[in-house]
Design a protein around this ligand. Structure first.
Ligand SMILES: [Zn+2]
Ligand SMILES: [Zn+2]
Length: 258
C-alpha cells in the first residue's frame, strides 16, 4: 500500500514544503483519508482516479478543498465522488458546507452522466469497503464526532488515529488486528502546551508516548502526523526524545509504502 500526505504549503518557487497545514492522505492513487488539500495537491492523473474520500470529521483542515475538488470534476465525472463518513458527519458537512450558501449542494446535483457527489454513511465498529480497501472505523476522543480507523488491502494493514486525545476503543481495534504494518497518529502540540492539547482534543509527544503503551503490536512503523507547523521543529525534537527507533514525523509530499 502506498500512502502520501498531500502537501498543503508551497515555497516561493512552488515546491511543496514538509509542513502539514491541511489533512489529506492519498492511498494507492484511489482513495483519500480526509480532503484538506485534495483540490490543490493531486496530479491530473490522480484527480482522474480518486473517487472515494473517507472523512474522519468535519474540521476545516480536513475538508477545506473538498468542495473545489468536486467542482473541478463536475462536468467530466462518470461516477459520483463518494464521501464515506459516519451519518452525523455526513449531516454536518451537508448542513454546514454543501448548503447552497458556503457552496452548492452537490449531493443533489447530477451532470449528464451521473450524480456528482454521494454521501455513503458507515457505522462505527462495522467493516465496510472503500474501493479496494476494507475499513473499520471507531470513535476517537476529539471535540467533534471523529473516527480513527484500520484499513487493509488484504496484504498490508494500516492504522490511522485522526485527531484525538487519549483514547481506548481505537487501541482495542488496532490490537485485535493480527498484524499492523504502520500506524499514523497525531502529535499536534508540544509538551509545554499539554493543557491546550487536552481541551482541544489533541496529543502532545508525551501523551503520544503514553498512548503507545496501549499498543500491543511492536514490529510496525509509526508516523506522527498533524504537527502544528509553528511548533514543527520542537515537536520533532520531543518525538525523538521518546527514544522509539521506528517513530518519525511524516513528511508531506513524500510517498511511503508497505
Ligand atoms: Zn480536528
Ligand atoms: Zn485537524
Amino acid at each position: 500500500m502506498k500512502i502520501k500526505l498531500l502537501p498543503s504549503t508551497f515555497d516561493a518557487e512552488g515546491r511543496a514544503t514538509a509542513e502539514q497545514r491541511l489533512s489529506c492522505f492519498l492511498l494507492d492513487d484511489r482513495v483519500t483519508i480526509d480532503a484538506g488539500s485534495i483540490a490543490i495537491a493531486l496530479t491530473d492523473a490522480q484527480r482522474a482516479t480518486v473517487r472515494d474520500i473517507i472523512v474522519t470529521h468535519p474540521h476545516m483542515d480536513h475538508i477545506a478543498t473538498l468542495p473545489i475538488f468536486v467542482d473541478d470534476l463536475f462536468g467530466t465525472l462518470t461516477e459520483p465522488v463518494r464521501i464515506h463518513a459516519t451519518a452525523d458527519v455526513c449531516e454536518l458537512i451537508a448542513r454546514d458546507v454543501f448548503n447552497g450558501t458556503v457552496y452548492p449542494p452537490f449531493q443533489k446535483y447530477s451532470n449528464e452522466h451521473t450524480r456528482v457527489m454521494e454521501f455513503v454513511p458507515f457505522r462505527p465498529g462495522e467493516e465496510f469497503r472503500v474501493a479496494h480497501l476494507t475499513v473499520t472505523a471507531v470513535h476517537v476522543n476529539h471535540i467533534v464526532p471523529t473516527v480513527g480507523m484500520l484499513l487493509t488491502d488484504g496484504r498490508t494493514t494500516l492504522a490511522f488515529s485522526s485527531d484525538t486525545s487519549a483514547t481506548d476503543e481505537f487501541w482495542h481495534l488496532v490490537n485485535r488486528a493480527p498484524r499492523v504494518d504502520a500506524l499514523l497518529i497525531e502529535a499536534s502540540f508540544p509538551n509545554s502546551l499539554s493543557k491546550l492539547a487536552e481541551v482541544s482534543g489533541h496529543l502532545t509527544p508525551a501523551a503520544l508516548g503514553a498512548e503507545l503503551r496501549k499498543l500491543e503490536h511492536k514490529e510496525l512503523d509509526i508516523l506522527a502526523v498533524h504537527l502544528k507547523p509553528s511548533f514543527r521543529e520542537q515537536l520533532v525534537r520531543e518525538l525523538a526524545d521518546l527514544g522509539l527507533p521506528r517513530l518519525a514525523a511524516m513528511e508531506a509530499g513524500r510517498e511511503y509504502a508497505w
